[in-house]
Design a protein around this ligand. Structure first.
Ligand code: ADP
Length: 405
């Protein structure tokens, strides 16, 4: 494959999809051919709005490069990205949007109406949705004639029954303020559930799975017949499992107690739970599992403790989600930690011994690559798989559905 899409593009694909994941100060993109599912180029513009703004590019089969774009905002970063696509015709643009509230149970073509609804969801995701909207605006400015498709992190979980998504608080708070559990990482849970079915040679409709997406953010999901029936994240991505810098589940009284004890406003306590907690808070060292694993191996006690709490809470979260299933056909690990950390998987399975997993240490060490994802022995009471996620591919596939080919 050429290092960069050609400017004359004789081989340009009518199925080329630009996938945008826009954060508050960053813009991540991938250009994929939705027909072959090949990635042509991907990149990240970061530190947007500052003098240090920079665009990193990784063309498939080509050399990585970085270009300073000082002071660039989302729109200027988008223009810089397009410069480096060398005129490759793009057929559709897929956008990751974090929160679709209760309005979207699947992807949607972006237009005046759907944009208004995404804006209505801003109070539910005040950090994420405005950033996603900035990416949408920048891309629509550059590609006004193309279909733009929003793919929501929350959509997959809209199949959760009320008993799973309601909090036990006054019902009016749900009716008036949309306070309920939404769940996130839906594109990833959906993708790995479908991949697991493919690997097992089964129909998603015939499978009941637990999926654990363990990246910087972590969540688990109970997937019954290809539909989410419960998940660990809630009204916000703070609920549930221990994460890189997020605490996961806490006693709700802690907010008030700590605000008083520290003499700080509630917003500051929220910030601590989101940014200074989780693996970082427990270890006092890092939010990065690679760093913690190396430190733990060197005898760093708090790194060991952080990993221990992480794995125990994950096991506990998975067992809680099993309440949504009749049986567990497989447990699926994915995300940076789930795909790459053999010790985390092993420790988590230790705490799941009630399900009688029989880990195959060699397969676990090889992340299930030699065995189609399987890391347990054939006689195991619980089948455990490692399945790499690919959220960009889901978004590209969703956007391609809106192309009239
Ligand atoms: P994001 O949620 O930002 O997409 P990723 O899915 O890339 O993040 O996951 C990031 C996490 O995966 C980090 O904690 C990182 O340390 C961990 N990780 C990546 N590679 C490895 C590895 N080889 N061993 C252990 N942890 C890893």
């Amino acid at each position: 494959m050429s290092s960069r899409p050609s400017s004359t593009s004789p081989s340009a694909q009518p199925t080329t999809v630009l996938v945008i994941n826009s954060g508050s100060s960053s813009l991540k993109f991938s250009l994929l051919d939705a027909a072959t599912e090949a990635v042509l180029i991907q990149g990240l513009a970061e530190a947007l709005g500052t003098g240090e703004a920079i665009l990193h590019l990784s063309p498939t089969g080509g050399e990585k490069a970085s270009h300073p774009i000082p002071g660039a905002d989302h729109s200027q970063a988008m223009a810089a990205v397009l410069d480096h696509l060398d005129g490759t015709p793009v057929a559709a643009v897929g956008h990751r949007v974090v929160h679709g509230g209760e309005a979207f149970s699947e992807s949607v073509l972006i237009g005046t109406e759907s944009l208004a609804v995404i804006r209505d969801c801003v109070p539910l995701a005040p950090l994420h949705n405005p950033a996603n909207l900035a990416g949408i605006e920048a891309a629509r400015e550059r590609f006004p004639a193309l279909p733009h498709v929003a793919v929501f992190d929350t959509a997959f979980h809209q199949t959760m029954p009320r008993r799973a998504f309601l909090y036990a608080i006054p019902h009016e708070l749900y009716e008036r303020h949309q306070v309920r559990r939404y769940g996130f990482h839906g594109t990833s849970h959906r993708f790995v559930a479908a991949e697991a079915a493919r690997l097992l040679g089964k129909e998603p409709a015939d499978l009941q799975l637990l999926t654990a997406h363990l990246g910087n953010g972590c969540s688990a999901c109970a997937v019954k017949g290809g539909r989410s029936v419960d998940t660990s994240m809630g009204f916000t991505p703070l609920e549930g499992l221990v994460m890189g810098t997020r605490s996961g589940d806490l006693d709700p009284n802690l907010h008030e107690f700590l605000a008083r004890a520290l003499g700080r406003p509630l917003e500051e306590i929220t910030r601590i739970f989101n940014r200074e907690s989780g693996l970082l808070g427990l270890s006092g060292l890092s939010n990065d599992m690679r760093t913690l694993a190396a430190a733990a191996a060197d005898g760093h006690e708090r790194a060991q403790l952080a990993i221990e709490v992480f794995c125990y809470r994950l096991a506990k979260g998975l067992l809680a989600l099993a309440a949504g299933l009749d049986r567990i056909d497989a447990l699926v690990f994915t995300g940076g930690i789930g795909e790459h950390s053999a010790p985390v998987r092993e420790k988590t399975l230790d705490h799941l011994r009630i399900l009688r997993p029989a880990l195959d240490p060699a397969l676990n060490q090889d992340h299930g690559r030699p065995s189609g994802g399987r890391i347990t022995r054939p006689e195991s009471g619980l089948l455990v798989l490692v399945v790499p996620t690919n959220e960009e591919l889901v978004i590209a596939r969703e956007a391609a559905r809106f192309l009239s080919l």
